[in-house]
Structure formats: structure tokens, C-alpha cells
Design a protein around this ligand. Structure first.
Ligand code: DP6
Length: 345
């Protein structure tokens, strides 16, 4: 589905975008090209209505250097950090856009995320999708959905899936021009939800970018690659059929496969905490008792419970009884990145 990104008034170099995080049902883990962020395999995801980043970008000659404020309060120094949205990566992304419009103008970037970062909720996906739309618009570009997705991918791979609406496929592609995300179905296509359980807001030790560099050290990675195309096709078929139990089984098995790769990488990557594991086991128990709910986990301890919307209340009730859970965020399938008039500065 294509959205219209209207042309900006000339000389107005400020723009704001809001973008959702997304949850991958078939995961992206491993790159064919580190710089371009071309994935080893295609992936499948759903945009999330309540995990959002809002970003305002302004290019202006009054800025002598790029100023990057993450969370709207702190001016981060320009130095490498573990965080997905670290200022160095933000500035590299601005450089790509400056190159496209042939400008040297510096920018101010203010970005606010309404959920914890570095805990497994993909803040780099919402962050780079919002930055891509806001910065390209502020620079006077009027990119298509496809070109926005290609550009977002170069900031953080999973960000390319936060550009189109609803249920999304990231097409594998062997070149930059052919590796982008498309909407398979709009948000109202299927009444499912992602109930996120925040187990802790502690930041992970190893970022997704660093973790992915270890993929080929796992003896299971080649096996994964041999089967992944069939698995992706199967997931798309079950999505088309809206077969919730089989879709759920597949996405949970996929999350466990991802973590099997992580656990067997050298050095090993262990993102779960006791709280994560407790919920994983409970989800299986609840299923045994007749409640259809499945888990998926990314790089971090926080856990996503995928269910039909009619079962959200039941799941929420159960989660409220678990001491380890700090917060619960209910997410519906959502539209992708969009422009906003509510500038952050
Ligand atoms: C486990 O998109 O954060 O969440 O491209 O290096 O920024 P970079 O990696 P990133 O990796 C996401 C990994 C994942 C799986 C997924 O979302 O598909």
C-alpha cells in the first residue's frame, strides 16, 4: 500500500515524523552486506501501534554542527556507543541524505521514544524509520515508500519494515535497490495483537548490530539459511489464511531458532533473564489450558505475546500476577511511518 508524502514548501527545512516499532514473525539475523545492511534472508513483521518514535529534523545554516538530542533532553556526544540509535549512526544517516540533495547544511535532530530502548523492543526500527522520513522531508526530498524503505534499511535493517503499513515483508534482495519492505496487508486485515511484557528496562550487553556479526560462528546458521525461504513462504501462506494456531506455532518456533543461533554463537549471546524464561514457560502452560497465545523475543529480555484481540484481557489478567513484569504494552497492527505537524522544537 502506498502512502502519499506531499511536497514540502521550499525553504522550510524542518519536518517531523512518527514511526512504529515492528515485531518480526520471521526474523532478520545476519547480513550479506554490513554497510548496506542487506539481510541474509527475507523477513515478515507487523507494525506496532503503541511503540512509537517521534523525530523532528531541521537543516539550517545556524547549526555549526549536527546536534542530536535523543529522548528530547540530553545532548549526546558524537562518539560510538552500544545503542541502536546512537548519535554517530544518526549523523551517518544524515550524511546519506545530505549526499542525495548535495548540501553541507548541518541539522538539529530531536527524537522521543515512548518505550524503553535496548531491551528487545526494536527502538532502532522506529528510530531510523522516523529519522528517515523526517530528515528526507526536511531536506526537501519527496521519496516514494520504496525509496524511504531502502534509505531506512541503511540506518538499521529492521527500520525498513517500519515504513509501509500493517503486515510487512522485507524482500531479501541482493542489491540496495532490491532490498526493501512492502505492505502485504493493511493494519485492519487481521485482529491480532502483540502484548508486550516489560521484564526489565536494563539495557542489553550486546547490541543487535554487534550480535549479528557472530551469526556464522553458530553451527546451526547454515541449516537455518537452507530452510528459511520455505519457512517464510509458509508464514505468508498462514497469514493469508489467517490460521492463528499454526501461524503462532511457526512464529514461536522461529523465535526459538533465532535464540538457538544466538546461544550457539561464539561468544554466546544470552538475552533472556529468569523473568523472560518464566513467561515463556507460562505461555506454553496457558496454551495447554486452552488459551491460544504464542511468544516471540528479539535481542533483549522483554517478550512479545502474540494473540487474537479477543483474548487480550485474559492475557493481561494473567500477566498482572507475575512479579517480574514491570509494565504491559498492548499493541495492535498499525500504519507505518507518517508525517506529523507536532514538531518537537
Ligand atoms: C532480532 O535491525 O536492530 O530484532 O541492522 O544492525 O541495526 P541492524 O540490526 P537490527 O536487528 C534486528 C534483529 C531482530 C530481528 C528482527 O527484527 O527481524
Amino acid at each position: 500500500m502506498c502512502k502519499d508524502y506531499p511536497t514540502r514548501v521550499k525553504n522550510n527545512m524542518k519536518a517531523t515524523a512518527v514511526a512504529p516499532s515492528n515485531i518480526a514473525f520471521i526474523k532478520y539475523w545476519g547480513k550479506k552486506d554490513e554497510v548496506l545492511r542487506l539481510p541474509e534472508n527475507g523477513s515478515l513483521s507487523m507494525n506496532l501501534s503503541n511503540l512509537l518514535t517521534t523525530t523532528t529534523v531541521e537543516f539550517d545554516k545556524k547549526y555549526r554542527q549536527d546536534e542530536v538530542f535523543l529522548k528530547g533532553s540530553t545532548l549526546y556526544k558524537v562518539e560510538p556507543s552500544q545503542e541502536g540509535n546512537d548519535p554517530k549512526r544518526v549523523i551517518e544517516h544524515l550524511n546519506l541524505i545530505r549526499k542525495m540533495v548535495k548540501t553541507n547544511l548541518k541539522a538539529k535532530v530531536v527524537s522521543q521514544t515512548n518505550f524503553p530502548s535496548g531491551t528487545g523492543l526494536s527502538s532502532s526500527a522506529s528510530g531510523f524509520a522516523a529519522l528517515t522520513l523526517a530528515a528526507s522531508k526536511a531536506a526537501g526530498l519527496n521519496l516514494s515508500e520504496k525509496d524511504l524503505s531502502i534509505l531506512a534499511r541503511q540506518g538499521s535493517g529492521s527500520a525498513c519494515r517500519s515504513i509501509p503499513d500493517g503486515f510487512v515483508e522485507w524482500l531479501d534482495g541482493s542489491t540496495s535497490k532490491t532490498s526493501y519492505a512492502i505492505s502485504l496487508f493493511p493494519p485492519d486485515y487481521w485482529k491480532i495483537a502483540d502484548v508486550v511484557a516489560i521484564v526489565s528496562t536494563d539495557k542489553k550487553d550486546v547490541s543487535s548490530t554487534a550480535g549479528q556479526k557472530l551469526v556464522s560462528s553458530s553451527p546451526f546458521f547454515q541449516t537455518r539459511l537452507q530452510n528459511i525461504k520455505i519457512k517464510l513462504e509458509r508464514a505468508k501462506q498462514l497469514l493469508t489464511e489467517k490460521n492463528f494456531p499454526l501461524f503462532g506455532e511457526l512464529l514461536e518456533a522461529e523465535a526459538l531458532e533465532l535464540h538457538a543461533i544466538m546461544l550457539t554463537s561464539r561468544p554466546s549471546l544470552i538475552y533472556w533473564t529468569p523473568g523472560t524464561l518464566k513467561i515463556m514457560k507460562l505461555v506454553k502452560k496457558w496454551r495447554g489450558e486452552g488459551l491460544p497465545v504464542y511468544f516471540t523475543i528479539n535481542t533483549g529480555q522483554d517478550i512479545h505475546l502474540i494473540c487474537e484481540q479477543k483474548n487480550i484481557d485474559k492475557i493481561q489478567e494473567k500477566l498482572k500476577e507475575i512479579d517480574e513484569i514491570k509494565n504491559i504494552i498492548i499493541n495492535y497492527p498499525s500504519v507505518g511511518a507518517r508525517l506529523s505537524d507536532n514538531h518537537l522544537f
